[in-house]
Design a protein around this ligand. Structure first.
Ligand code: NAP
Length: 250
């Protein structure tokens, strides 16, 4: 057993090269976490480590690769352990043409890749029960109802959310009282993911990251960001399927 628990808490941010993950990694580093970052773009990861005090290590990881979990373990070793696993990696498309490549790559990244990495983090935390541990994943308000304009994305976010609910119960079954699991559901956020779109009510990534870190500190199980979207989701989920599938939303 390692003695890493005597050091500053360690966080790994998967999908830290841009958008929400980038902002969360910087915020955690500013709050005395030792942060390890990962994603596919090596130059951006190198830059983050060089420029941000507290971001101390990186690993190039593509979550769609079967060996991606080896990279996670290398990063954990460099940090001397892991107290928080934060999963922000994700892709998505508006895909009314239902192009197969877009649908399948979304499922590969957001479902298979997510389950691969989150599963490994869960198993790690099961093996290391000395102190509190946190596992957090960004799903989306797109999970609320099936979106005809973005089928794979919407369904992948439902999958993510449902998967986390399963892991919450599994943690109870296994008596893992030290492990806190958080499902983060943001509304539209101004990041490269939705660049060029004209979606309304776009939130700033920095503010969303601050709300996320706040939710992590409070160990919330589910958080919808922000209050406007909480209100929207409340009414949105009341729409019956019969009516929803007849609405032309794009
Ligand atoms: N923006 C929104 O409106 C919004 C709303 C709700 C939820 N979300 C969710 O928030 C998460 C972050 O998205 P974002 O808005 O911050 O978008 P973003 O700026 O495009 O960031 C996506 C991140 O995912 C990483 N990534 C993508 N594919 C990957 C792969 N195969 N392996 C490892 N990392 C991968 C990217 O890094 P590399 O390219 O370097 O690999 C990047 O760091 C996503 O799950 C997204 O679905 C976004």
């Amino acid at each position: 057993m390692t003695n890493h628990k005597q050091q500053a808490r360690s966080a790994i941010v998967m999908g830290a090269t841009s958008g929400i993950g980038y902002e969360v990694a910087k915020l955690l580093a500013g709050r005395n976490w030792r942060v390890g970052v990962a994603g596919r773009r090596k130059d951006l990861l190198e830059k983050m480590v060089a420029e941000t005090e507290g971001i101390v290590a990186y690993e190039v990881i593509d979550v769609t690769h079967a060996q991606a979990t080896d990279g996670l373990h290398r990063l954990m070793e460099r940090l001397g352990g892991m107290d928080l696993y934060f999963h922000s990696s994700g892709i998505g498309y508006q895909n009314t043409a239902l192009e197969a490549e877009k649908e399948l790559s979304t499922i590969e990244t957001n479902c298979l890749g997510m389950a691969r990495m989150v599963g490994e983090a869960f198993r790690y935390f099961e093996m290391h029960q000395e102190t509190a541990a946190q596992l957090a994943v960004i799903s989306s308000i797109a999970r609320t109802k099936g979106l005809g304009a973005a089928p794979a994305y919407s369904a992948s976010k439902r999958f993510t959310s449902h998967y986390l609910e399963c892991l919450c119960q599994l943690a109870r079954i296994k008596g893992l009282r030290h492990l806190h699991i958080t499902d983060i559901r943001p509304g539209f956020v101004k990041t490269p993911l939705i660049e060029g779109s004209n979606f309304p009510m776009q939130l700033q990534a920095g503010q969303v990251a601050a709300d996320i870190v706040d939710a992590l500190e409070k160990r919330k199980a589910v958080v919808t960001i922000n209050w406007m979207y909480r209100l929207l989701v409340f009414f949105w989920q009341l729409i019956p399927r019969y009516l929803w599938t007849r609405m032309r939303i794009s």
